[in-house]
Ligand binder design. Structure first.
Ligand code: 8OZ
Length: 359
């Protein structure tokens, strides 16, 4: 029998009942103090038939925040809140990994402790505006992290990983994608450092490797994934040679024997990839499990699994609108359309009220 989206899989030590993964999705519905609420547990529990759920990006420290109402994993109340989420998913036989997030420069003083400047590899202001509690506000020029501060950032990832395990997660995913802190270090458009964390691609990858090593030491490599987005220009990120950079990133991650590499295979928005980047080549470089994401449907997902390109496929927008996506794919049933106006923030509308086939 051939392998397809409905075949079980093992990513590291995480056993998936199928290869349909719920992508990380920012929904801005955490409660006071960035604490997960019962409604968040309900939302994730509704989607527990996925082979693996990856949570929305989750700030690892107070300074890692860059958006309103994103649930953190850096204090006791947040850990208690997340316990409801993992319990809801596990009660239905699902698996769930927490995505570890530091936004770096994609923040605003109003979202920072003491109204401080956001931090980044270099003091370069991103084009665009931050989502704040007071509405959209222009990004500011961030403060470049001193080299002495980097071990503290790694420690924040370690503490967040310990918290995630205490909260009952099956794994953690290091968010190294979409123009946030680790991606800001990786790219030569945002990293102009002259120390050992800037310059060559080896130096720019150093922070990712240090974070990965430290997180692996806590969780075990077989419960750790890394997400990258070589082509995504989101958050004003750029690089002069993404193919060379991310081939190297894959090579450098191989010795850890991670559970998986999760790749956003294009630019968010239209899903188109610039023709000069070859995701198959990137895949060849990585020796472990591979989750592909962006603009996949059922047919493309099955084709990517059958060809050996991917071990599993992560679906984002489709998972917002279809809590029973696995069953709908199984039956080739019609899919609900996601309502963009309720993606970020709000209540149960557009969050926990999408119908299943059962109603
Ligand atoms: C959309 C809106 C806000 C945040 C990402 C965490 O792109 C995000 C995000 C996406 O990884």
């Amino acid at each position: 029998m051939s392998v397809d989206l409905f075949s079980p899989a093992k990513l590291g030590s995480i056993e998936l009942q199928n290869r349909i993964v719920m992508a990380p999705l920012t929904r801005n519905r955490a409660g006071q103090g960035n604490v997960p609420q019962p409604i968040n547990a309900e939302y994730y529990g509704q989607r527990a038939s996925a082979g693996l759920i990856i949570t929305e990006a989750t700030p690892i420290s107070a300074t890692a925040h860059g958006y309103p109402a994103t649930p953190g994993i850096h204090d006791k109340a947040q850990v208690e809140g997340w316990k409801q989420v993992t319990a809801a998913v596990h009660a239905k036989g699902g698996k769930i990994a927490l995505q570890l997030w530091h936004v770096g420069r994609i923040s605003h003083p109003s979202l920072q402790p003491g109204n401080a400047l956001p931090v980044a590899p270099s003091a370069i202001k991103p084009a665009g505006q931050a989502f704040t509690y007071e509405g959209l506000q222009d990004f500011v020029t961030p403060r470049a992290l001193a080299i002495e501060e980097l071990p503290g950032i790694v420690t924040d990832y370690v503490n967040a990983t310990k918290n995630a395990l205490e909260a009952g997660f099956d794994g953690v995913e290091i968010h190294a994608a979409n123009g946030y802190l680790i991606d800001q270090f990786l790219r030569d458009g945002t990293n102009k450092r002259t120390d050992q964390y800037g310059g060559s691609k080896e130096n720019r990858t150093r922070l990712l490797l240090e974070v990965t090593k430290a997180v692996v030491a806590v969780a075990g490599a077989d419960r750790v994934g890394v997400r990258i987005s070589p082509l995504n220009p989101f958050n004003d990120i750029s690089d002069s040679d993404p193919q060379a950079l991310f081939n190297y990133v894959a090579d450098a991650l191989n010795p850890f024997k991670l559970a998986y590499l999760h790749v956003v295979e294009g630019g968010m928005g239209d899903g188109t990839a610039t023709p000069d980047f070859d995701f198959n080549q990137l895949r060849q470089h990585f020796t472990g499990g591979y989750i592909a994401n962006l603009a996949y449907d059922k047919a493309k997902g099955n084709a990517a699994i059958a060809s050996g390109h991917a071990d599993a496929i992560a679906y984002g927008a489709l998972y917002i609108a279809n809590p029973d996506l696995v069953e709908r794919f199984r039956q080739d049933a019609p899919l609900n359309n996601p309502d963009q106006s309720t993606f970020y923030g709000g209540s149960e509308k557009g969050y926990t009220d999408y119908p299943t086939l059962q109603g």
